[in-house]
Design a protein around this ligand. Structure first.
Ligand SMILES: *[C@@H]1O[C@H](CO)[C@@H](O)[C@H](O)[C@H]1NC(C)=O
Ligand SMILES: *[C@@H]1O[C@H](CO)[C@@H](O)[C@H](O)[C@H]1NC(C)=O
Ligand SMILES: *[C@@H]1O[C@H](CO)[C@@H](O)[C@H](O)[C@H]1NC(C)=O
Length: 370
């Protein structure tokens, strides 16, 4: 009796050790999460807390990888498009790499003309994160990454402890939870994290996304100066403009009508309706039948249609071209540090930043009735 009871305990211990064997490591690795049915999985790497692949079935149950990327981590290290990356300390642009906080002027590395983009030269997407926890399978497999950002990193004030968790749950839900705690007692800092996945629901190498239908729950957006790509400060209505995506709209009917920084397509921040954790956008690819609804608790979402992709060599020999994917980056407003009328992205010492995203992919059964 005692022996029989001991055996399963020993077995459980072994399993627990195997699944957490990589926890605490700071070498670069690739980690997979898979649902019980085996038809929904992702791969991530602790290089930049990057989402490398997302495999989901279509309406006939056929699987495809629906995010752009590279076969190996080396590809992501070399790449310059932020495929799947977790960007920070401050995602999006900061005008002239400069802001004033509590009377002090901070200067950041400018890596986008005269502006700072996605955290500077070596933002959170270009550092090695620590794997804190890794549960690859079961009902809700997950992985948690941790990064300590030091006071002054890329010019930002104050040290920060950052966590990012990727988790599968339900039938086809992919959740990303981020948090960041401002350490020390003296310095406040801006924090604005974003996941920069490039989606193509027909499959990552299937061509352009102009046939994708998109709905964004926003009646306002933040127009930018077309040359500098910096918000003018206005929060304008979408009604009567090609930015109005309140009804499900094929991207192909709009990409020729909008442009940013001289390239055709969307690269725009929407002020999402409401607050708290709520639906933000819906994307559907009619041929495969794949769709997702995106939920998040952030004030904005940047819609980008891969306007600058030019013959980028990606996974499995695929070549990614202009409009080969779309990004929906939930986040604070761009350049919020320089626009007092935008929702604040400042975290006070001891304060905690939180960001919760949920991609609810429709199941094959749901798709057939859409
Ligand atoms: C690195 O990136 C450059 C420019 O995007 C590309 O031409 C080159 O093939 C890449 N090298 C590797 C090893 O991926
Ligand atoms: C950067 O700023 C300088 C000085 O204002 C200006 O001459 C230059 O055109 C700017 N560069 C870019 C790429 O915007
Ligand atoms: C941040 O996330 C980590 C990992 O999920 C968690 O352990 C920690 O408690 C969170 N921190 C805060 C302040 O919520």
């Amino acid at each position: 009796m005692a022996r029989a009871a001991l055996l399963p305990v020993a077995l459980l211990l072994c399993l627990a050790m195997a699944s957490s064997a990589d926890a605490g490591r700071k070498t670069v690795g690739v980690y997979e999460l898979k649902n019980k049915k085996g038809d929904f999985s992702i791969k991530v790497t602790n290089w930049g807390a990057t989402l490398m692949s997302v495999i989901v079935p279509d309406s006939n149950g056929n699987s495809a990888d629906v995010v752009l990327g590279y076969d190996t981590v080396a590809g992501f290290v070399n790449g310059s498009s932020y495929f799947g990356a977790l960007v920070g300390r401050v995602a999006n642009r900061i005008a002239k790499g400069r802001f004033v906080l509590d009377g002090i002027t901070y200067h950041l590395y400018t890596n986008d003309g005269n502006n700072t983009l996605h955290g500077g030269l070596r933002g959170f997407s270009k550092v090695i994160w620590t794997v804190k926890e890794y549960v690859p399978s079961g009902d809700s497999p997950y992985i948690t990454f941790y990064y300590h950002s030091f006071d002054g990193e890329e010019g930002f004030p104050g040290a920060l402890d950052v966590y990012a968790t990727y988790q599968l749950s339900g039938s086809y839900d992919l959740r990303i939870r981020m948090n960041a705690t401002a350490l020390g007692k003296a310095k406040a800092t801006p924090v604005n994290l974003a996941n920069h996945a490039y989606w193509n629901l027909a499959g990552h190498g299937s061509g352009d996304v102009l046939g994708h239908q998109v709905r964004v729950r926003a009646s306002r957006y933040t127009p930018v100066d077309d040359e500098s790509m910096i918000p003018t400060g206005e929060v304008a209505g979408v009604a009567g403009t090609p930015y109005d995506l309140r009804r499900l709209t094929p991207l192909g009917s709009r990409v020729g009508l909008v442009s940013a920084g001289g390239a055709a397509g969307f690269d725009v921040n929407y002020a999402v309706e409401g607050d708290g954790f709520r639906p933000v956008a819906y994307v559907r690819e009619p041929v495969s039948g794949r769709a997702f609804e995106l939920w998040a608790d952030q004030p904005g979402v940047q819609l980008y249609t891969g306007n600058w992709l030019r013959n980028e060599k990606g996974k499995a020999g695929a070549v990614y071209r202009q409009h080969g994917a779309l990004c929906l980056e939930t986040q604070g407003f761009p350049d919020a540090v320089n626009h007092p009328n935008f929702p604040s992205v400042i975290v006070r010492p001891g304060g905690v930043y939180k960001h919760h995203m949920l991609f609810k992919f429709s199941s094959p059964e749901q798709r057939s009735v859409l």
